[in-house]
Structure formats: structure tokens, C-alpha cells
Design a protein around this ligand. Sequence first.
Ligand code: AHZ
Length: 312
Amino acid sequence: PLAANGKDFPVKKDLSVKTAANGQSKTLAEMENQWESFTFAPIRESQVSRAMTRRYFADLDNYAESDIVIVGAGSCGLSTAYILGKKRPDLKIAIVEAGVAPGGGAWLGGQLFSAMVMRKPADAFLNDLGIPFEDEGDFVVVKHAALFTSTLLSRVLSLPNIKLFNATTVEDLITRPAPTAADPHAVRIAGVVTNWTLVSMHHDDQSCMDPNTINAPLVISTTGHDGPFGAFSVKRLVSMQQLEKLGGMRGLDMRTAEDAIVKGTREIVRGLIVGGMELSEVDGANRMGPTFGAMALSGVKAAEEALNVIDE
Ligand code: AHZ
């Protein structure tokens, strides 16, 4: 049975369906020059279907009670997930990403150029991941932004305590009353409301497409600056009257923007940490353009803040 804190839910580890197949594997060398007699191991369509759906629904079931939900799998969200998931294998972490492809804006360096610039000391994050770079003195350059994002993504997805739900949008926040002396209407954030992104995009022309939920005592929102999807959680904090107004992202200033984002990464409302460029909308911080060190280190700080909140 599900314990009140959701932690003792029995997760079936082996989800494979046993068949009579002999399941013999081969090395690539054994296949060399053997293509005339080549054949795949047998399969039935329902096996493929079950292999996918069984795991997906087990994940939905398992992560319906998570320890932490990260909203947005851009450079900041993925950096947060990497540090948290690695440091704390005991925490169950769900990442909800609206796009089919995780990575946010970090597949290119800037203006469709490949190289990714990171100012020191964010090279420490690259060293931790084992990503090669060229040292230009005060900053370093990764030869392709996709090398950063794909390496980070592969590390995150390899962690057994992390599940990425992509093509899934956070449509709302779950709240609970948490009145304080200063604010009797204060709430704490207690999870997220989700839907398939394609469904979220069609609320105007289809009716009655109710969402799903994930309960979690802590949500980390890294949905980027305002745009068609961005700044989601902080805009919602304004409409639910937990923030008076947003500062609004300011123009580009590389000299100040990155420090401000890293230093400002924090719990904005109880149970909600905001990091990356979403934070610029709260604090009225400048944008930094195509330098990504602040996204990695905002992730490191968000993870640190999260552990302080969780272990409080
Ligand atoms: O799809 C979004 C993207 O992958 C996702 N997202 C946004 N709203 C969501 C929602 N539910 C689920 N409601 C959502 N997912 O969040 C991700 C944000 O990634 P990003 O790369 O846009 O943001 P970031 O803060 O990680 O990185 C910002 C990178 C920038 S922007 C910038 C500038 O404009 O000057 N400079 C840098 C380095």
C-alpha cells in the first residue's frame, strides 16, 4: 500500500515479460561479413507496445509522488537534475519538459552558431562532466553546444532516480494554504499539474481535456525567460497573488547578468525554487545572451538550495 509520504510504494523492478525466446546476443565483430544469413531476433507487435506502455505507466504511478519536480529541461534544469540526482540517489526526481526534445536553448551557442561559451569558473562544471573545451583565459569554449547538452542529458538520464517526462507541459501548480503573520493568504507549492503538450496547445479548440498531477514537497522551476512557454511558474505566482508583480527581464549586459542569476537562485515562495532565466523575470535582471556558465552554476545553486529545503 502507498504510505502517507508516498515513499514506500512498491516499485516492480523487473518489468520485462518473460518469453520462450533464447535471447542470444552477438558482438558486432560476429556480425561482420555475415549479412547474407543475418536476421533479427523474433518479435511480436504487442511485445513492443507492452514494453513501452508498461514502463511509462509504472513511471507515472511511481512518480505521482515525487520528492522533487524540475519544470523545464533546459541548460539550467538539466544542470540542477545532474547535481541533485548524483548527490542524492535516495531522492525521486521528476523532470517535466514541454518540448519533445529536452535541452531548451542549449543546442546552439548563439545565432545558430555551434560553439558554446562559458565564463570561468563554470569550467568546473564541464570538468565534472568530462566535457573537453578550449581555454581562452577568462572563458572556455566547448566546440559544439550539442556536445554539452547531449553529455549532460545522457548523465541525467542514466541516473536511476530521475525520470524525464518530455512532451509534457506543466499547466499549473498545486498549492496548499500556508498562512504567515505577514500574509494570511500565503500558500506553499505542493506539486505540479501536467498535461500532454499537444493537449495543452489545444485548450482553446477542444473542451474537457483535464490534466494529471504530480505531488512533491519541492518544485524547481527553470522554464526560461518569458516567451510562448517561458517564465511559466513565476507568471502563475503573480496571477495567484503570491508575487505582486514581475520585475521583467532587462536588456543584455554580460558583465552583470550571469552573477545576478547565480546569486539570485533561491526559494521564491515556499516549496518553489526558481533558477536560470526564469529568475530574470522575477528580479528584473539583465539577460546575458549566449554565455552559458550562469545556467550551469544556477543549476548547482538550485540543487544546493533544494537540499537545504528538503533537509530542513
Ligand atoms: O520547453 C522549455 C525549455 O526546454 C521548458 N518549459 C517552459 N515552460 C514549460 C512548462 N512546462 C514544462 N510550462 C516548460 N516545460 O523549459 C525549458 C527552458 O529552457 P531554456 O533553455 O529556455 O531556459 P534556461 O533558463 O535553462 O536557459 C536559458 C538560456 C539563455 S536565454 C539567454 C538570453 O536570452 O539572453 N541567455 C541564455 C544563456
